[in-house]
Design a binder for this molecule. Sequence first.
Ligand code: SF4
Length: 357
Amino acid sequence: MNLSAQTSKQNIFDLTLEELGINLEQAGFQKFRAKQIYHWLYTHYETNFDAMNNLPKDLKIYLNEYFTSQNISINKKEQSQDGSIKYLFATQDNLTYEAVFLKMKEDKFTLCLSSQIGCKVGCSFCLTAKGGFVRNLTAGEIVYQVVAIKKDQNLPNNKAINIVYMGMGEPLDNLANVTQCIHILSELDGLNISVRRQTISTSGIAPKIKKLGMLNLGVQLAISLHAVSDELRTQLIPINKAYNIQAIIDEIAAFPIDSRKRIMFEYLMIDGINDSLENAKKLVALLNKIKAKVNLIYFNPHEGSPYQRPQREKVEAFREFLLKKGLFCTIRESKGLDISAACGQLREREINQKGEI
Ligand code: SF4
């Protein structure tokens, strides 16, 4: 279990149901009380222990003394014309991080979660990278993004949502806390978000892909590929120098996946950089032996960025080529262009205006 930063009380959202039950038992309470507390937290989104009216008074006193459930808050919220909403969270140690609520087709929702404040990976197209790395989010700080947004959106507990660990940070660089979060989110007596609905998106740290595979969590995996040559990929994602494209492909080949699923390869389309049919051809050759799906993403330009959004015709031609060659492929529109929905943009703007809160 992981203690929240800067507080002597433990964030209750850090704990799995089992851990909470053991904690209560050791303190002299009945283990089943943990289920009741989980029910309040994850079904009613109730964070005030005193309002949990089926708990005995001495348990409420114990919870108030040793736990906190309110040390993170929504600091800002911006809604896009396309329905996506970006949330800025504030931690108790006065830092901020983001999550995005994406409305997909047919009443389907996806939450894009942050796993770190800042990031060490340093991708050249990413605003989060500019501010450097600050710290890992605790499991509870990751989990809370889901609780707060479901509550804010009035989404009932049983409304299925998809989770992608694709916000600020490299999730495999904070694997222990992300793993703990996956266990908490998938708890049947809690939010009950199946591991199959949870996707870890990584910049491709090959040894950590291996480690994730060995944990065999059952989550989906997405790789931010973005280039078909090591030269370009190193420009875009500098850690490619340490773990090049072939090293990633080798790890993917050994990664355990659900037989009905495919490994997702994210390919950020950047005007004039990687959007030619020559690139598409190389991509087909590269993924030849992998059960893959490619997601083409329009680059979402931000101030000061050297890159531009690609032309629609080129993205569509790229996709057509992949499909003709038998490679599964979708195009993801940039959601929230009017609200700085790309990774790190809202936080960056807030810091520029006010400094870190
Ligand atoms: S794109 Fe992701 S991995 Fe790359 S620097 Fe930004 S947050 Fe880190």
